[in-house]
Design a protein around this ligand. Structure first.
Ligand code: PLP
Length: 387
């Protein structure tokens, strides 16, 4: 008998959760590269942006200055204030530093939101297809994810029909992973109305909000009338600044909810390392044209890749209005197509069904890779499908 077979039972809450499809694919690619097999990585949401040298220098200075101890659990006052200022400016509504909690990545902000809002057995509506971590996050917090199909349009009637006395929250991600779609003001207003009617929390995940290609068309959910008081906003510096490894994100919410989430932070991670927060402060001080430059790179890749994919026989690839993802409809079973690309073309992407039933028949292709990698992948695809 192995040691593992003798160990006590694992908690069902954790054992029942599937591993992250995106993280697992990144691990597979890393292992293949170690084994000498080159795979073109179009699966990861880690933008190929070098962290700006001013960010690195600020963190270095902070380390040398001794900011290597526990810091304020909610985040340093300077960073909370800077986040509140930038968020207020972008969303067009006022946030105070007391309404900001610094978290290790947007992922923990999402997790903390589930922890503070859900009682055991509470239901959370997810708009399918959606980011792979919402369902498991809800389960880890003791809740029950309920998926509502919303690939191309949000049907308010269908959403309303999914509400039960146990429903506690709706999760909205705009711009959305995996589709790159942006929810319209009208769609969001319908969600706010539903949330008001049933007294629900709205979790708004806006980690891709800096990567919208038609900024005028983008609506921040919390800025809609009646929304801010029931809105838990999760955001991150990962995607905007190429800082995925720094693990810096935040939760913006009514102060009482921030105070509740602070207890989750205090009793789990204590705080985000202060020297990393010094780096984050430097990021927020960068001029906006730095972000404009990053966005432009992704826009060029989106235009190029969507045009090539859309022209492949049996494919349909509209250009999404935001994010660095494409979500083309592909001929055949998405898992089979993704496996074929991996085995025969050494191109790693994710099957759309990894993001939920409504994603079936699609692939999620990430353009967060290098230009050369993308070009080589497009060459291989054209050769493969056109002969
Ligand atoms: N939310 C969405 C929709 C994401 O796609 C991701 C990362 O892929 C995150 C949140 C979390 O990112 P991070 O924890 O790096 O801030």
């Amino acid at each position: 008998m192995t040691a593992a077979a003798r160990m006590p039972r694992l908690a069902e809450r954790v054992a029942s959760v599937a591993p992250s499809a995106t993280v697992e694919m990144s691990e597979r690619i890393r292992q293949a590269q170690v084994a000498g097999r080159e795979i073109l990585p179009l699966a990861s949401g880690d933008p190929n942006l070098e962290t700006h040298p001013q960010i690195v220098a600020a963190a270095h200075r902070a380390m040398l200055a001794g900011e290597t101890h526990y810091g304020p659990a909610a985040g340093t006052p300077a960073l909370r204030a800077a986040i509140a200022r930038r968020l207020s400016g972008r969303a067009g509504i006022a946030y105070d530093a007391s309404e900001i909690l610094v978290t290790p990545g947007g992922k923990f902000a999402v997790f903390a939101a589930f922890m503070v809002a859900l009682e055991s057995g509470d239901e959370v509506l997810l708009l399918d297809p959606c980011w792979v971590s919402y369902g498991p996050g809800v389960r880890l917090a003791g809740g029950v994810p309920v998926r509502v199909p919303a690939l191309d349009r949000l049907d308010p009637g269908m959403l309303a029909a999914a509400v039960t006395p146990r429903t506690r929250m709706i999760v909205v991600n705009s711009p959305a992973n995996p589709t790159g779609r942006v929810f319209t003001r009208e769609e969001l207003a319908a969600l706010v109305a539903l949330a008001e009617r049933h007294d629900l929390w709205l979790l708004f995940d806006q980690v891709y909000a800096d990567l919208t290609y038609e900024p005028g068309a983008f609506a921040f959910l919390q800025a809609l009338p009646g929304a801010q008081g029931r809105c838990l906003v999760a955001d991150s510096l990962s995607k905007t600044y190429g800082m995925t490894g720094w693990r810096i994100g935040y939760l913006a919410a009514p102060e009482a909810a921030v105070k509740a989430a602070l207890k989750v932070v205090q009793h789990s991670i204590y705080c985000v390392p202060p020297f990393l927060q010094a780096g984050a402060l430097a990021a927020l001080a960068l001029p906006e044209f730095v972000i404009d430059g990053y966005r432009e790179r992704f826009r060029r890749r989106r235009d190029r890749a969507a045009a090539v994919l859309d022209a492949l026989p049996g494919f349909s690839c509209p250009r999404p209005p935001a994010s660095f993802y494409l979500f083309p409809k592909v001929p055949g079973d998405d898992k089979a197509v993704a496996a074929e690309w991996l085995e025969r073309l050494a191109i790693a992407v994710l099957p759309g069904s990894a993001f939920g039933e409504a994603g079936r028949g699609h692939l999620r292709i990430s353009l967060a890779c290098d230009d050369e990698v993308l070009e080589e992948a497009l060459r291989r695809l054209e050769r493969h499908y056109r002969g």
